[in-house]
Design a protein around this ligand. Sequence first.
Ligand SMILES: Cc1ncc(COP(=O)(O)O)c(C=O)c1O
Length: 361
Amino acid sequence: MRRRFCADHPCGVIAFNNQPQVLDRVAALPRYVTAAPAPTADALLLASNESPYDPLPSVRQAVVEGSARLHRYPEMHSGELRAALAAGLHVGAEQIVAGTGSVGVLQQIVTAFAQHGDEVVYPWRSFEAYPILIGACGATAVPVPLTGAGEIDLAAMANAIGGSTKIVLLCLPNNPTGTLPPAEAVAGFVAAVPRHVLVVIDEAYLEFSGAGSLCLLRHGNVVVVRTFSKAYGLAGLRIGYAVTTVPIADALRQVFLPFGVTALAQSAALASLRAQDELDARVAAVIAERDRVHTRLCGHGWRVPRSHANFVWLAEPDRAARIGERLRANGVLARVFPGEGVRLTIGTPAMNDSALRVLLS
Ligand SMILES: Cc1ncc(COP(=O)(O)O)c(C=O)c1O
């Protein structure tokens, strides 16, 4: 084995000319872009669709108590949490699969149902993890452009389903545009998808939209994916779940990263379900703020689709980078999609006022 010192690393990092080769399809994957680091400690973090509120005291307490058992593995399949969710959702506990955030659940789904030669149809622009998860398992990503109004184009998605399609993904409401097709249109779309194609409905922002797709489980080829990261404010603990049929749920459990959902995450999620009223009040406050921000922006000529989530989308392809810079220079971190637009998470009224001051000046 020949050895050389890498010129880029004068501090002595060694590169080998016959080092393991990363798969081409992995090297070609798009990178997940995280929010840029906050320039100052008091910057307003409105880039990642997180809850602006501190964790509830009862949820914190559950985590503190759970920390006494950090030397033990968690209960592998989150049985107590699944039972609590099942009771609330009126499904069987065996129909629920917990995962490391809903993105972990999405990874389980794609891993279990798509491989090289299969196609996965999804709207685009949408949640940026989709093409990464699809490409990572060797399947072919088939992005279907949104309409000019930032809406999921259900007709075009239906047309994109072909003989190689294994999965169709819907993001309801869509991230980053916040749009949501009418429930009847979604129901009609799902009814027309061939039964051998898995329909994945990502409801990460469900609580802000009031709508839900669980009734579509009756088709037998549907998985609804939800998270504790957004409305429940547990983004840092990484816990989400799928609701589906028992055979599909079993397949998702087979590809679950063993012990991936921590005991602290399970305890915090359970405590959150017990604090549903307090969380509902927080969600209602975010919805009221979202609609206030939307009205103010539209009143000043901004093009903002009506949002059904906890963010608004500034559809400004030409000015996106500049808007993001101006917000940042004024201490507001939003998520910029260069050449497409800017996604601004809804925060507390004071946070939103700060963002509005910049955008309306
Ligand atoms: C549409 C959508 N799905 C899934 C996720 C993943 O969330 P988590 O893994 O935190 O549950 C996100 C996160 O931003 C999202 O926007």
